[in-house]
Design a protein around this ligand. Structure first.
Ligand SMILES: CC(C)[C@H](C(=O)O)[C@@H](O)C(=O)O
Ligand code: SF4
Length: 468
């Protein structure tokens, strides 16, 4: 019987099942400092060990200051980082710590290290675990009690197999647009509940044309459409990335050849296998900017803040409240909205290609007066690569701050945050009230759109700067 990629990966991992529940084997467990302390406490209390420490990988990201990673002043943050160190030591789990050369946002280092592989199941106590689906892995976020269960058993209870949603992205992404524009347009189209309960598979020519970095951006935001996970079938681009140098956990030699033969079977046999389907044409897209307090509240940069009257009645109250919070008026052209802060980074857009896109815009330009711009690599490895390419100099010469790796201003769990009322162009994935700091106003954009806002001081169609 024809199957979807998701069904294939799911079925391979079923250890036991009843009518209502499925026990899945978990291939890789990623751990960070925020959602793991109680899980390790639970193990200690029950006198259990980590069942497969060699399949468990930890790093510190959320609480790490990016100006000087070693200077963690906030007592709670410091305690969480120290607790993770102690837990990894006690339970024999590898920790990619600050200054290890491999530290970074958990969803950035997984692929870099070759931990994230096609056909695997990957979990982490973090909602954006969907990111790893870019490799054709079934990857999803779990709660802290589930983290404990996976640590103890290397398995996880799930309900019945979720339905699948196929999102076909046709056409070709126009010059000046980025993968972020695709996923914002998808969420704008299907809504923040459009993927609820489903596992999304992205496919079509505009997806196949993407690099792994771009695919990671897309899968990252699946969760913002309500989906359980998002994935993309592995292909030559995937294999090239994994076979690249410096992926310590990726298979090599004969093991890699055997793996590749298997990965080639990991695809959806026929789009009719999806429980539902949506199609988006990438050729018709223009750069996207969110105007409200969820990622579906999105417009074209060439457009205006929507009129409440033009919205469905059910959406009006939310939109009204969002506009009040965001300090915006209907009808305002997007490119007349000034920004105070620009944040380029996060597990959505903190990879090398994202920094290259931003650098193309910053090169030879300067951050507008009164604007503060932060460029934060997603990992120590991304930071090194960017410095090798001289991107850090482009950012610094443009007047942007070049930081160390971490979640940074994606969420207000470390010193990088917005002041009340400040407006940010941000390459992260969430724009709800207070996400980047109490009273802060977040507009989600692509890295090049963020850089364009930094140099002009307002939202600007980056295509006009790049001559497209
Ligand atoms: C802190 C963590 C649990 C959280 C998540 O699960 O996503 C964070 O990474 C986020 O992006 O909001
Ligand atoms: S970068 Fe943002 S979204 Fe990603 S894990 Fe960190 S806080 Fe969560």
């Amino acid at each position: 019987m024809p199957e979807t990629l998701f069904q294939k990966v799911w079925n391979r991992h079923v250890v036991a099942s009843t009518d209502e529940a499925t026990l899945l084997y978990i291939d890789r467990h990623l751990v960070h400092e925020v959602t793991s302390p109680q899980a390790f406490d639970g193990l200690r209390l029950a006198r259990r060990k980590v069942r497969r420490p060699e399949l468990t990988f930890a790093t510190v990201d959320h609480n790490v200051p990016t100006e000087n990673q070693l200077d963690i002043r906030d007592p709670l943050s410091r305690r969480q980082v120290q607790t993770l160190r102690a837990n990894c030591e006690e339970f024999g789990v590898a920790l990619y710590d600050i200054k290890s050369g491999r530290q970074g946002i958990v969803h950035v280092i997984g692929p870099e290290l070759g931990i994230t592989l096609p056909g695997t199941t990957i979990v982490c106590g973090d909602s954006h675990t969907s990111t790893h689906g870019a490799f054709g892995a079934l990857a999803f976020g779990i709660g802290t009690s589930e983290v404990e269960h996976v640590l103890a058993t290397q398995t996880l209870w799930q309900g019945r197999r979720p339905p699948s949603l196929g999102i076909e992205v046709t056409g070709a992404l126009p010059a000046g647009l980025e993968p972020k524009d695709i996923i914002l347009a998808v969420i704008r189209e299907i809504g923040t509940g459009g993927g609820t309960g489903h596992v999304i598979e992205y496919y079509g020519p505009a997806i196949s044309a993407l690099s792994m970095e771009g695919r990671l951006t897309i899968c990252n935001m699946s969760i913002e459409a309500g989906a359980r996970a998002g994935l993309i079938a592995p292909d030559d681009t995937t294999i090239e990335y994994i076979a690249g140098t410096d992926r310590p956990f990726a298979p090599r030699g004969k093991a890699l050849d055997a793996a590749i033969a298997d990965w080639k079977t990991l695809r959806t046999d026929d789009p009719s296998c999806f429980d539902s389907r949506v199609r988006i044409n990438a050729s018709e897209l223009v750069p996207q900017v969110t105007w409200g307090t969820n990622p579906a509240m999105t417009v074209d940069v060439t457009g205006q803040i929507p009129d409440l009257a033009g919205l469905p009645t059910t959406a009006r109250d939310d939109a009204k409240r969002a506009l009040e919070y965001m300090g915006l008026k209907p009808g305002t052209p997007v490119d007349q909205i000034p920004v105070d802060v620009v944040f380029i980074g996060s597990c959505t857009n903190g990879r090398i290609e994202d920094l290259r896109s931003a650098a193309r815009v910053f090169r030879g330009r300067h951050v507008a007066p009164g604007v503060r711009a932060l460029v934060v690599p997603g990992s120590e490895q991304v930071r090194r690569q960017a410095e090798t390419e001289g991107l850090d100099r482009i950012f610094s010469e443009a007047g942007a701050e070049w930081r160390e790796a971490g979640c940074s201003m994606c969420l207000a769990m470390n010193p990088d945050r917005l002041q009340p009322g400040q407006r940010a162009a941000s390459t992260s994935n969430r724009n709800f009230e207070g996400r980047q700091g109490p009273g802060g106003r977040t507009h989600l954009v692509s890295p090049s759109m963020a850089a364009a806002a930094a140099v002009t001081g307002r939202f600007t169609d980056v295509r006009t700067l790049l001559g497209h």
